[in-house]
Design a protein around this ligand. Structure first.
Ligand SMILES: [Zn+2]
Length: 210
């Protein structure tokens, strides 16, 4: 499985757009008030990398419609989280290469559930637990309370997504936990941590490192 690196990045040009930090609305010029969410002074400058024209002119061979009946669906391999109820919600367990957003009010037990999943998730390999909110000590205390003693769970206290992505590439874990996505930031984005553009970029880049 070795795909060749295409030299397209060299041909890419960068231009500037203005993005609303509240809702992610984009504009070619700076606006005092966002027409989408009505927030004031939320637009900031962001560099976008345009794909080269060579890329745009690529023949679209794969776009030919195919009979649905003849299409062979690939069998999805699912990994149990160790919780029947959660597996059911996920449609039978975790799918390799997938991304799941776990939301909920503070204090409902997200961190406890996540730690239990880290412990119970089946399959070979390590689990990388990244926290931008809690220290290793805090998570260790929670693990102790839950009776979790698992050498496969690795902790990284980090909010820089570039560092997190490097760890993902080095460790090649079976599962990555990011607690929480709003606390992460990318050096490439000038907007504040937790803003729409940060969350969007972080989710995209960390997903690509998997
Ligand atoms: Zn807006």
């Amino acid at each position: 499985m070795s795909h060749e690196k295409r030299p397209q990045k060299d041909m890419a040009k960068s231009k500037t757009v203005f993005v609303c930090s509240e809702c992610g609305n984009e504009s070619s010029k700076w606006l005092g008030r966002c027409p989408a969410c009505n927030s004031w002074n939320t637009f900031y400058e962001q560099k976008v990398v345009e794909t080269s024209s060579k890329d745009k002119n690529r023949p679209r061979v794969s776009a030919a419609p195919q009979s649905l009946n003849s299409y062979k669906a690939q069998e999805t391999i699912r990994t149990s989280t160790g919780f029947n109820e959660l597996d059911r919600v996920l449609g039978g367990g975790l799918v390799k290469g997938s991304l799941i957003l776990l939301g909920g009010e503070p204090g409902i037990g997200k961190s406890t559930l996540i730690l239990q999943i880290c412990d119970k998730v089946k399959g070979e390999g390590k689990v990388l637990y990244v926290s931008g909110e809690e220290s290793a000590e805090q998570i260790k205390l929670r693990a102790d309370r839950l009776g979790i003693k698992n050498d496969d769970i690795l902790f990284l206290g980090e909010t820089n997504i570039e560092v997190v992505n490097e760890a993902i590439i080095n460790i090649n874990p079976k599962l990555v936990i990011i607690d929480s996505i709003q606390t992460m930031y990318s050096e490439d984005i000038t907007a504040a941590a937790g803003s729409v553009s940060q969350v969007r970029e972080i989710t995209r880049t960390s997903y690509e490192s998997l």
